[in-house]
Ligand binder design. Structure first.
Ligand code: 6PG
Length: 466
């Protein structure tokens, strides 16, 4: 029988959740997993629209043509291997979709390779974790537009909805979908670390308890700062360990992991000569948290600096405003990176539309995205979000708090790499002088690299040591 409308290859957490989400939306779904017992467990749960297969050939043969197969497997070599295996069974016009966090340059390569073999390939960014996948993720499909159109009815049906509209839109050619997902994750890293820094400041300078901080974050969630990450942070701070009764967050080892998407964002930023200093700082903060020996040594070597008492009510409001501005800078840098990529790769990204599909389903969903969406809708060619009038007003209203909070963090010895990066970035943009004149002089001194003058046209070299 060839009556399954879509196949999911890879049925662990995300694959299973997407398969069941599709099945709930009345699509006939075929499922295949490398180890059959995973498939069997889903079969046993018994969804009328889900059919599981033990053999890859049978799975493929059960699909309507053109066959649509969504890969939900680990990014990297496994994708290449699976594409090669699938080639044995696929025919011209069939569609392979990669729904994982693949590196966008791999997606560009795979798209080109499979195009030569007349197989369509889409790189699809999917955000929202397990719950999002099950109940409605944000979906970023990239590839040939006419091929994306074929699968959009499936993706739109299962995507999160915001004001009735699906959080899914055609992003752009070849690797554009995975690129945008990569930047989404970079912003995710920065926003998570910003919240970490608020937590550290409130705890070590404001002397708030976890329960008091939960209240603070809950109150922020009633303001323009409303977001998924603020919400879960409040919930995390309230959670108790079932066994010990202690607050769970205090029992978790102070070392962070990562799977790579944040790091890729930073690498791409450097390749593109752009600035995502907040994302870079967040990536490096995770890395530094794992410097066990060095951290231990310096914990013994250097004492905490003395801190002055702060008024907790005033301080929490200052931290809220600092976070607000930090978050705006993080998003502005991320969207600036996408704007540059759009030109560089000829993707014609619609940044307003991208902001709109980030508003529900995904990890970085936040009310702030309404402002970003409106901003790009009014001015498609906006060079940078920091030039939008509403955002300029927010910057002006909050910059003093960012300055106060970052000063207090440095004086109090509370590591705040992302908040201080936001402050530094704004100061770099604001300052009449950033010192590049001296850099140019140094370059010319040792390497005759030349410089330009403020009072004359043309290129100059000076004999610095006569
Ligand atoms: C999402 C998340 C998801 C995943 C990250 C975590 O949008 O649903 O970004 O893709 O949670 O890959 O990344 P790290 O393991 O690097 O923190």
């Amino acid at each position: 029988m060839t009556n399954n409308q879509i196949g999911i290859l890879g049925l662990s957490t995300m694959g299973k959740s997407l398969a069941l989400n599709l099945a709930d939306h009345h699509f006939k779904v075929a499922g295949f997993n490398r180890t059959y017992h995973v498939t069997q467990e889903i079969i046993e749960e018994g969804h009328e629209n889900f059919e599981g297969f033990e053999e890859l050939g049978d799975f493929v043969a059960s699909l309507e043509k053109p066959r649509k197969i969504l890969l939900m497997i680990k990014a990297g070599d496994a994708i290449d291997q699976t594409c090669i295996q699938l080639m044995e069974y696929l025919e011209e016009g069939d569609i392979i979709m990669d729904g994982g966090n693949s590196y966008f340059k791999d997606t560009i390569r795979r798209h080109g390779y499979l195009k030569d073999k007349k197989i369509n390939y889409l790189g699809i960014g999917i955000s929202g974790g397990e719950k999002g996948a099950r109940n409605g993720p944000s979906i970023m499909p990239g590839g040939d537009q006419e091929v994306v159109e074929v699968v959009l009815p499936f993706l739109n049906a299962i995507a999160a909805k915001k004001d009735g509209d699906p959080c899914c839109t055609y992003i752009g050619p070849d690797g554009a979908g995975h690129y945008v997902k990569m930047v989404h994750n970079g912003i995710e890293y920065a926003d998570m670390q910003l919240l970490v820094e608020c937590y550290l400041l409130l705890k070590h300078i404001g002397h708030f308890t976890n329960a008091e901080m939960a209240l603070v974050f809950e109150s922020w969630n009633q303001t323009a700062l409303k977001s998924y990450l603020v919400d879960i942070t409040a919930k995390i701070l309230r959670e108790k360990d079932e066994v010990t009764g202690s607050e769970l967050v205090d029992l978790i080892i102070d070392k962070a992991s990562q799977k790579g998407t944040g790091k890729w964002t930073s690498i791409e930023t450097l390749e593109q000569d752009q600035n995502t200093s907040l994302i870079n700082a967040a990536v490096v903060a995770r890395v530094t948290s794992n410097f066990d020996d060095l951290r231990f040594a310096y914990q013994q070597l250097l004492d905490d600096p003395m801190t002055k008492e702060v008024n907790p009510y005033v301080f929490q409001e200052e931290v809220r405003k600092a976070y607000y501005l930090g978050k705006i800078v993080a998003y502005a840098q991320g969207f600036g990176l996408m704007k540059d990529a759009s030109k560089r790769y000829h993707w014609n990204l619609d940044l307003g539309k991208i902001a709109s599909i980030f508003r529900a389903g995904c990890i970085i969903q936040a009310d702030l995205l309404n402002v970003i969406m409106r901003s790009y809708a009014e001015n498609k060619d906006l060079e940078n979000l920091l030039l939008d009038e509403e955002i300029i007003r927010i910057v002006k209203r909050n910059i003093q708090s960012l300055r106060v909070v970052t000063s207090l963090s440095i004086r109090g010895g509370v590591p705040s790499p992302v908040l201080t990066s936001a402050m530094t970035y704004l100061d770099q943009l604001r300052s009449k002088q950033v010192g590049a004149n001296l850099i140019q002089a140094q370059r010319d001194f040792f390497g005759a690299h030349t410089f330009e003058r403020i009072d004359q046209e043309g290129i100059n070299h000076h004999e610095w040591e006569k």
